[in-house]
Design a protein around this ligand. Structure first.
Ligand code: C2E
Ligand code: CA
Ligand code: CA
Length: 740
């Protein structure tokens, strides 16, 4: 059975006016003789078990006083002509308009036939009947009273119900504004008391409907004498007297109304599996009318519980991370958004990022990484002071709001940036970046900007491989600029805003091209070109670089095909960042290009900078070795700046070393640069690497390089990076190979 059914305890139907115990009738008559005859005719009259009590007034003015005092007068017999010709009508108008009493029944009396008031006046003032005094016999008078008193009783009930409904509507409006279960329940109790005019206490308790013992029901709201029970189980001694009724409500799923208390039953089983019991202690027995209102209100409570449950469910989906059971980004936005300026002034948003988390996702799979995150969350919450809010703001990035005074020092956090977690017997070494943002510095910014600024600061720290950074106000413009740039990069990736330039690598002895390097260019919506040095580091830090480099790989293949169609079979190198090499999709793309014979491997050459190679040598070496074994070229870019140890150099899985342009440009003036270049050339000779000099701009550099044994160069002296059609023109004019 549903909780919509109501059960009433045995109770005698108590018709109004039960409290008054009599019908009050007022006669208004200046003719004392007629007044006396009316009194005589009404004496001892009983209607529906209640006696009629008569009050008398001898003028309209006097009647006004009596009516104001006795608001429960049910009927007035009013003489039309008294102190004035229309004194009776004036009195009726006063009753309706001044006293605002629209339930009292009015019967007009007149001694002069033909003096009947106009129809519209009767209607306007809701005058029920009009009688000639001489026609109103005793029997007629009784009949008139009987029917009019019934009408009054009906109207009174309606009025009370209206008032009650108004209270219910107000209460319901109040209820529906409460989305939090505690607040809702508390308001249920207070509203019920208002509706049934109760000053007793009450409780609301709840439990999952899978477990049904009383001790599983917990008091979630209480008022009056029961306030101290909040949070306790239903089994406390103070509630013993209700236990059999509670059991009945629970078993029948129905409300139970008793003389001195009621138990309401609600459930939201189909939403969240909860049941609710509401006890209302009402020392003064509620009237039938009040119980009726309580039933009506119960319907609202039922809907209210369902709403709260639904809202909670929606909130959970919208604001919580489902596996970690902490806030997600939207949840944190909401939390920060609801902080007062005062609260922000004493709070810090600490971002904790697991570096290269997305690479770990690729390597270990999502579900494993989720378990890893769970154990990391335990680890990090143990390490940090109790947060105000904890959220997962982005994959692998936690956002933690902490009281400013409790945040550990930079040094402590830096020390904590290397963690070892063990999961399923495997040890994981996690590198963390911390970013501290004092919310006092942005007490009025929208929450979304707060988080974005903090993230941008973190990104910057990540680019510089710092374990700890702090947001400073001066960063704001810088960061906003970077955010704009990042948006441009994102757009360019989507809208084919990337293009390639090729720069020839030239054999300095013959002057002929031996290959090219593909260099990416980015065009924004306005057609402006953005230099790689501006956006590549940002793209690397944000992970967008791999999307770029995958497009570059595609464009490189097209360039190789086009060159081939013009008769030039020359290798083209392309740049890869460390981020790419961690991404399995990227290496897969290269392997599949070769497996599908889209290009012969000797025409592909991958460039990775020495410093990045050294940073994760063991990992990259395995991959680069595979490329070399397939027949591809592997160039170590910016060689000489990464401080490779000699043992590393001898074992490098590479085919080419590219001398960094800083050394080339120092050749003429710096003995040490000269020395480095000579050394690189000797290493190349000794271990079988080709050597390419980068950034050759002058004849002098060219001479020194060739003297040192370096014959291949890339530099403005020979050619600038150019679009493919210019490269073909350049090849025709400067190079003997190809079409001829
Ligand atoms: P890089 O790989 O060392 O590329 C050589 C840079 O030196 C290019 O700058 C080139 O235009 C410039 N250069 C060539 N000859 C001379 C010269 O004689 N004098 C001087 N002063 N400079 C010369 P660019 O094109 O601005 O690229 C800058 C860097 O951006 C590249 O350095 C590379 O690290 C990165 N990059 C370029 N394209 C890509 C790409 O597709 N993917 C990735 N991941 N990085 C790229
Ligand atoms: Ca390069
Ligand atoms: Ca370089």
């Amino acid at each position: 059975m549903s909780d919509e059914a109501f059960h009433f305890a045995e109770e005698k139907s108590s018709a109004l006016p039960a409290e008054a115990g009599c019908w009050k009738v007022l006669t208004v008559e200046d003719d004392a003789t007629y007044q006396a005859s009316l009194l005589h005719n009404l004496r001892g009259l009983v209607i529906e078990d209640n006696p009629v009590e008569v009050l008398c007034a001898s003028s309209a003015a006097m009647a006004g006083g009596i009516l104001a005092e006795h608001t429960d007068i049910a009927l007035a017999l009013v003489d039309v002509v008294m102190e004035e010709d229309d004194a009776g009508l004036t009195l009726v108008r006063t009753i309706r308009e001044v006293l605002g009493n629209d339930s009292i029944r009015v019967i007009l009396l007149t001694g002069q036939p033909g003096m009947a008031p106009r129809k519209d006046v009767m209607l306007r003032y809701d005058i029920d009947e009009y009688w000639n005094k001489s026609d109103l016999t005793r029997e007629k008078l009784h009949a008139v009273l009987r029917s009019n008193l019934r009408t009054w009783q009906y109207m009174e009930k309606l009025n009370q119900a209206k008032k009650g409904l108004q209270v219910i509507i107000d209460a319901s409006r109040n209820l529906y504004s409460k989305h939090d279960l505690q607040a809702f329940s508390q308001s249920v109790l207070d509203d019920i008391n208002r509706i049934i005019d109760n000053d007793g206490g009450g409780i609301v308790c709840s439990c999952m409907n899978t477990v049904r013992t009383d001790s599983d029901f917990t008091v979630i709201a209480a008022n009056g004498d029961y306030q101290s029970l909040n949070g306790l189980p239903l089994t406390t001694e103070q509630l013993d007297k209700y236990s059999s009724t509670l059991a009945l409500a629970k078993n029948s799923h129905e409300h139970q109304f008793r003389h001195d208390f009621s138990v309401l039953f609600f459930e939201t089983s189909n939403i969240d599996g909860y049941q609710y019991l509401v006890i209302i202690d009402s020392p003064v027995k509620p009237t039938e009318q009040q119980i009726y209102l309580l039933q009506v209100f119960s319907e609202n409570i039922r809907t209210g519980f369902a709403n709260v449950a639904l809202i909670n469910r929606v909130t959970k989906v919208a604001y919580f991370d489902d596996t970690l059971n902490i806030y997600n980004r939207s949840g944190l936005l909401r939390e920060i958004g609801s902080m007062s300026e005062q609260e922000r002034n004493h709070s810090v948003l600490l971002l904790v990022a697991i570096r290269r988390y997305s690479d770990m996702m690729i390597a270990f799979g999502e579900s494993y990484c989720r378990s890893l995150l769970l154990s990391f969350m335990e680890d990090i919450t143990e390490m940090l002071p109790e947060p105000t809010s904890l959220a997962m703001v982005n994959t692998g990035v936690f956002g933690i709001v902490i009281e400013a005074s409790k945040v550990p020092d930079a040094g402590v956090l830096e020390m904590a940036s290397e963690r070892t977690l063990s999961l399923s017997g495997i040890e994981h070494h996690l590198l963390l970046s911390f970013c501290r943002t004092d919310l006092a510095l942005m007490s009025r910014l929208p929450a979304s900007e707060v988080i974005e600024l903090a993230e941008a600061t973190l990104l910057h720290a990540d680019e510089n491989k710092q374990a700890y950074c702090e947001y400073k106000s001066v960063y704001k413009d810088q960061i906003t600029g970077r955010t704009l740039l990042l948006q441009k990069v994102q757009k360019a990736i989507l809208n084919r805003g990337l293009s390639l330039l090729l720069q020839p690598k030239v054999d300095m002895k013959s002057g002929r091209a031996v290959g090219f390097e593909a260099l990416v260019r980015l065009h924004d919506d306005d057609g402006n070109m953005i230099a790689p040095l501006e956006f590549i580091p940002l793209a690397e830090a944000s992970g967008l670089i791999t999307l770029i480099d995958q497009q570059v790989l595609g464009m490189t293949l097209e360039a190789i095909q086009t060159l081939k169609s013009f008769g030039y079979q020359l290798p083209v190198s392309f740049n890869a960042s460390a981020v790419d090499l961690y991404n399995r999709n990227y290496s897969k793309a290269i392997f599949s290009v070769i497996a599908n014979k889209l290009v012969s491997p000797e025409l592909l050459d991958i460039e990775i900078t020495e410093s990045e190679m050294i940073a994760d040598y063991d990992k990259f070496d395995v991959l680069l070795k595979q490329f070399v074994e397939l027949g591809m070229g592997v160039s170590i870019d910016d060689f000489g700046t990464g401080y490779s140890s000699l043992s590393r150099i001898t074992g490098l899985s590479a085919t080419t070393l590219k001398i960094d342009k800083s050394f080339v440009q120092g050749l003429e003036h710096s003995a040490s640069d000269h020395h480095v270049v000579e050394m690189i050339c000797r290493i190349g000779e000794r271990f079988g690497y080709k050597i390419v000099a980068e950034g050759v701009e002058t004849e002098a550099q060219r001479r020194i390089l060739t003297e040192a044994g370096c014959y291949i160069a890339q530099g403005y002296l020979f050619a600038r990076p150019m679009p493919l059609d210019s490269i073909i023109d350049w090849l025709r004019n400067n190079d003997g190979a190809g079409e001829s």
